[in-house]
Design a protein around this ligand. Structure first.
Ligand SMILES: [Cu+2]
Length: 511
C-alpha cells in the first residue's frame, strides 16, 4: 500500500508544518453549515465553501512519488517550487547547465486531489540568469498559469487555481524562448488524484523522458552547451529518463519485490520526441492512456507518450530479475541514454518463466564468413592514420577541423571575456589577437587555460592584473581552442595536439 520505503521528502519540514496547519480550524469555517457538504461551486467572492483546511504539498524528486492522498474533501494546498539553474551530471564526464524546477530534472512531483485549491508559489533563485514561469497542463485558465507566474531572478510569484480535472499532467516553463527552456529540463508532473483516489498499489515510481541537444556528440566530455541547430532539426544528442544517463541504472535502479504491484507515472517533457514507452520483459496490465484517469486498455506491450503528455501504467511482478525501461525507438535507448532498470527480488516462478533450458552448439552455414574481418578493419585504419600523418595536405585538413571545433569551444567559454573579435576589453581582458604573451609560449597558454591565470602579466606592453578562472575542458577541447586562438585574428602557429595538453597537465599535476 505504501509507496517507496523512504521517499526523499524534500519538504519534510514543511510537511510537518502542513500537519499542524491541518489541525487548525478550517479556513472557510465561517461560511457556515453549507461548507460541510460536497462541492457546491464558488460563492460570490470566488471562495469555494467545500474547500476545508489548508496544507503544504509534499514534493518529491524522481523516481519518488508523494504518498497517496487519504483526504475525503478538497483543501487549500500550498505548493512552493523554486527554479534554479544548476550544472549537473548528464553522463560520466559530461556536465550540463540544467534549468530546473526544484533543482531536479524532471522537476519535483506535485500531488493534489480533485477540486483542491492550489496556491502556487514560484520562486526564481537570485543566482538565475533568466526569468522563468510555469504552465501546468492541469490548470484551466489562459496559459495554464504562465502569465501570472512570470518571475525574474530573485523574485517570487503567487497564483491560485482549482484542480477541477483529475489526471496526470505535465508542467513546464513557458518563458520565451519556450522550446529552449523546456530543452534545458524545465518540466515535471503534477497528479490530480480523482476524488475516489487511484487503486492502491505497492510501489509507485516517477519517470520522465526528455530529449537534449548538446554541442558535443553523445558522451563527449566536458561542460556541454545547448545546441540550437540540433534542437531545431530535432537531432538530440541525448534522450534521457530522469535527466541523466544512468539515473535509473545500477545502484539507482528502481526496486520492487515479486508479488508486488507497481504503477509508473511516466511523462514526456520533449521538447521534440514522442516516446514509445516499453518495459522489456513486462506487459502493462493496465494503461491510463495519455494520463487520463480511465484505465482504457489492458495487456499492453508499448504505449505511445506524446511530447507534453503522460501515461500511467500498472503491472504486477511475477518473476524476479531486472526489467529494462526503454523508449522502444531503440537507438535512443542504447545510444542516447533512454534506458532505466527495475530490479525485482524474490523467488523464481518457473511456471511463468523457465529460465534457460537448453544451450546447444549451433553452427550456421556462414560461421566463417566474418572471421578475420576485425583484423582487416584495424589494419586499414592503421594504414589510413599513417597516410594522413605523411601527407601535409591531410595533416592541414585535420588542423582545420581542430580550428572548427576550437571555435565552438571559444564561442561557448572564452568569448564572453576575450570578445568574439579576440580583442578583449581594454584594461580588463587582454587581447588574444596578436598577443605576444599567447604566441610566445604554447605550454604556458595551455597551462593558463587548465589552471587559470592571475597576477600581473603584460600583453603587447600593456599590463593586466585580473583573474581568469580555470576552465573545465577536456584535453581535446583545450588542444582545439588553443589551436583556434593561435591561428585566428592574424595569429599563426602549428596545431596543438592532445598529447601537448596531456604533457602540460601531467607537469602541472606533479608541481
Ligand atoms: Cu524557464
Amino acid at each position: 500500500m505504501n509507496n517507496n520505503a523512504s521517499p526523499k521528502l524534500l519538504h519534510a519540514g514543511r510537511a510537518a508544518l502542513a500537519a499542524s496547519i491541518l489541525l487548525t480550524a478550517a479556513l472557510y469555517a465561517s461560511e457556515g453549515p453549507a461548507s460541510l457538504g460536497e462541492p457546491k461551486g464558488p460563492d460570490a467572492k470566488g471562495a469555494d465553501p467545500a474547500v476545508q483546511g489548508e496544507e503544504v504539498a509534499i514534493l518529491t524528486a524522481a523516481p519518488n512519488v508523494p504518498p497517496p492522498i487519504k483526504r475525503k474533501h478538497p483543501t487549500k494546498v500550498r505548493v512552493d517550487l523554486e527554479v534554479t539553474e544548476v550544472v549537473k551530471k548528464m553522463a560520466d564526464g559530461v556536465e550540463y547547465l540544467f534549468w530546473t524546477f526544484g533543482g531536479e530534472v524532471p522537476g519535483l512531483f506535485i500531488r493534489v486531489r480533485e477540486n483542491d485549491l492550489v496556491e502556487f508559489h514560484l520562486k526564481n533563485h537570485p543566482t538565475s540568469k533568466m526569468p522563468h514561469n510555469i504552465d501546468l497542463h492541469a490548470v484551466t485558465g489562459p496559459g495554464g498559469g504562465a502569465a501570472s507566474s512570470f518571475t525574474a531572478p530573485g523574485h517570487e510569484s503567487q497564483f491560485s487555481f482549482k484542480a477541477i480535472n483529475p489526471g496526470l499532467y505535465i508542467y513546464h516553463c513557458a518563458t520565451a524562448p519556450v522550446p529552449m527552456h523546456v530543452a534545458n529540463g524545465m518540466y515535471g508532473l503534477i497528479l490530480v488524484e480523482p476524488k475516489e483516489g487511484l487503486p492502491p498499489v505497492d510501489k509507485e515510481f516517477y519517470v520522465v523522458q526528455g530529449d537534449f541537444y548538446t554541442s558535443g556528440k553523445f558522451g563527449e566530455e566536458g561542460l556541454q552547451a545547448f545546441d540550437q541547430d540540433k534542437a531545431v532539426d530535432e537531432r538530440p544528442s541525448y534522450v534521457l529518463f530522469n535527466g541523466a544517463v544512468n539515473s535509473l541504472v545500477g545502484d539507482n535502479a528502481m526496486k520492487a519485490k515479486v508479488g508486488e504491484s507497481v504503477r509508473i507515472y511516466f511523462g514526456n517533457g520533449g521538447p521534440n520526441l514522442t516516446s514509445s514507452f516499453h518495459v522489456i520483459g513486462e506487459i502493462f496490465d493496465k494503461v491510463y492512456q495519455e494520463g487520463g484517469i480511465l484505465p482504457n486498455q489492458r495487456q499492453v506491450q508499448t504505449t505511445l507518450v506524446p511530447a507534453g503528455g503522460s501515461t500511467m501504467v500498472e503491472f504486477k511482478l511475477e518473476v524476479p530479475g531486472t526489467y529494462i525501461l526503454v523508449d522502444h525507438s531503440l537507438f535512443r535507448a542504447f545510444n542516447k541514454g533512454a534506458l532505466g532498470m527495475l530490479k525485482v527480488e524474490g523467488r523464481e516462478n518457473l511456471l511463468v518463466y523457465s529460465g534457460k533450458e537448453v544451450d546447444a552448439v549451433y553452427l550456421g552455414s556462414q560461421a566463417d564468413a566474418n572471421a578475420g574481418s576485425d583484423k582487416k578493419v584495424a589494419a586499414l585504419q592503421a594504414q589510413m592514420r599513417e597516410a594522413m600523418a605523411k601527407d601535409p595536405k591531410i595533416a592541414g585538413l585535420t588542423k582545420e577541423m581542430q580550428m572548427e571545433k576550437g571555435k565552438r569551444v571559444y564561442m561557448q567559454t572564452c568569448f564572453a571575456c576575450h570578445q568574439p573579435t579576440g580583442l578583449g576589453l581594454p584594461g580588463v581582458f587582454p587581447p588574444l589577437a596578436k598577443s605576444d604573451y599567447l604566441m610566445a609560449d604554447k605550454d604556458r597558454a595551455i597551462r593558463g587555460i587548465i589552471k587559470g591565470l592571475s597576477g600581473p602579466l603584460s600583453v603587447n606592453g600593456k599590463a593586466y592584473n585580473g583573474v581568469m578562472p580555470p576552465v573545465a575542458l577536456n584535453d581535446e577541447q583545450v588542444a582545439n581552442v588553443v589551436t583556434y586562438v593561435q591561428n585566428s585574428w592574424g595569429n599563426t602557429a602549428d596545431a596543438v595536439t592532445v598529447d601537448d595538453v596531456r604533457k602540460v597537465r601531467a607537469q602541472s599535476a606533479s608541481q
